[in-house]
Design a protein around this ligand. Structure first.
Ligand code: PHE
Length: 457
């Protein structure tokens, strides 16, 4: 396949810029809000081990696949498939990515909005005076107005950064926000692990109970790994298209995966032990839901000296983590509209933000006025959350590795990740072997088995 010239596309300017943007996408509500939730719903330590296995065996190879597709094609998630495999149905994988971006950003902006409400409650000091944190969350999330207003603000900020472009928007903001995030998380973790009485939670997190594992657990672990690494929908194809040709993609991919996993562990150490401390060790009685973090952590903050300050820091960092992810999801749709439908960045950003917000408002209202609308027992929010992470991203990742392993092929892939032979590493061939044989079989078995043997809910 001929090498496609890069032209004068926008690009990240530095190695650190690439890592900040990609790790910014990866580290988000997935690590801090979703990870403790699915871990506690799916058997703790055993889930954690599966999760780590998937990060290495599937996560890094899929990141490499997406980066190489994007950088080689110099195009958005859908256009990349059209360029690399013209006149074939492969562009449908890109279309699936665009649809997934809609689904994810819709429910994600709901949760990102909640963080702003709690940030405000922390700043006013109210957060440490809430008696019944579960009821407080239930009342707030069911409100027909407040969560919607916060969501609109989240989408406006996301749109604003994306509108500013790659260098002046995404790279500039993530370069400042990511280091800040790491410092803030460090602060809260130090505070949390020095709280008394949370040892049971740490045990629950790290001692595996294999009896809790079934196909659905395995699917959830894979889905969570994909969600957390931002793989399977073209975010990293899109970002990959902005990576300069000198960049060592394997180093970048590994750094991103490592950072993301480290932060997921730190986040669960902030949250899971606290759940135990406040539910007298009975995790089943908690029946954790999307409000988990918002219900558990105010209790922790109330119990600690200087709790208001830590609460403000925590909800601010949660919001920052969310924002560096929402921009990466929106960019998928914006790059697509801009390049495939020839729109200006401004128009593309406006259309994408507004249409996603419409779906997002429905997700937000499904905690209140629209709570009665259910499919398979799931609300609109639950459906978007479950189906995007566990089904769409899983199948997206499956098609992406099949594309690289069997369509793009070994020589193109190795040419791309070695920067045309300039970089040498034995690992390159190992990564390709995993992409071609191991990842598709592993993802395929899990996805199909979970859907057809186990049923999806
Ligand atoms: N990885 C992000 C998180 O963990 C969510 C995300 C998913 C972002 C898919 C982009 C694409 O919060």
């Amino acid at each position: 396949m001929a090498n496609i010239p890069s032209g004068n596309r926008d690009s990240f300017t530095s190695k650190f810029g690439v890592i900040a943007a990609a790790a910014g996408s990866a580290v988000g509500l997935g690590n801090i809000w979703r990870f403790p939730l699915v871990t506690t719903q799916n058997g703790g330590g055993a889930f954690l081990l599966l999760y780590f296995g998937f990060i290495i065996l599937i996560g890094i190879p899929v990141i490499m696949s997406e980066f190489s597709i994007g950088r080689r094609a110099q195009a958005n998630a859908l256009g990349a498939f059209k360029k690399l495999a013209p006149k074939t149905p492969w562009f449908l994988v890109g279309s699936l990515g665009i649809v997934t971006a809609f689904a994810i950003l819709a429910f994600y902006s709901t949760v990102a909005g909640w963080t702003l409400e709690y940030l405000l409650e922390a700043l006013t000091g109210r957060v440490i005076h809430i008696d019944d944190t579960a009821q407080n969350f239930a009342e707030f999330s069911a409100d027909p107005v407040r969560p919607v207003v916060w969501q609109l603000l989240v989408m406006a900020l996301t749109g604003g950064i994306v509108f500013a472009g790659i260098q002046k928007g995404i790279e500039k903001f993530t370069k400042i926000l990511m280091p800040l995030l790491v410092i803030l998380i460090g602060l809260v973790v130090i505070r949390s692990v020095t709280l008394p009485g949370a040892g049971e939670g740490v045990k629950y997190l790290f001692i595996p109970d294999w009896s809790a594992v079934n196909f659905k657990t395995v699917l959830m672990a894979l889905g969570q790994a994909a969600f957390s690494l931002s793989i399977g929908m073209g975010t990293l194809i899109t970002y990959g298209s902005y990576i300069q040709k000198e960049n060592h993609l394997l180093n970048t991919a590994s750094t991103v995966a490592f950072t993301d996993t480290l932060i997921a562990i730190l986040a669960s150490l902030m949250v899971v032990p606290a759940i135990f401390a406040f539910s007298a060790g009975n995790i089943e009685q908690m029946s954790p839901g999307p409000g988990l973090v918002f219900e558990v952590l105010p209790n922790v903050f109330r119990a600690m000296p200087g709790g208001v300050i830590f609460a403000a820091v925590f909800f601010f960092l949660l919001f920052v983590a969310a924002l560096t992810s929402t921009i990466s999801v929106l960019e998928v749709v914006v790059a697509y509209l801009k390049e495939e439908l020839n729109m200006s960045r401004g128009k593309a950003t406006l259309i994408a933000s507004v249409s996603i917000t419409v779906l997002g408002v429905l997700a937000t209202l499904s905690f209140g006025p629209l709570a009665h609308i259910k499919l398979f027992g799931m609300t609109i929010f639950d459906i978007l959350n479950f189906s995007s992470a566990n089904i769409m991203l899983t199948f997206g990742a499956l098609f992406i590795v099949i594309f690289v392993g069997w369509k793009l092929g070994k020589s193109n892939f190795l040419d791309e990740i070695s920067n045309k032979g300039e970089l040498q590493s034995r690992l390159f061939k190992v990564v390709f072997f995993i992409i071609r044989y191991i990842a598709p079989v592993a993802i395929g078995i899990i996805a199909v088995a979970a859907l057809f043997i186990q049923g999806i809910t």
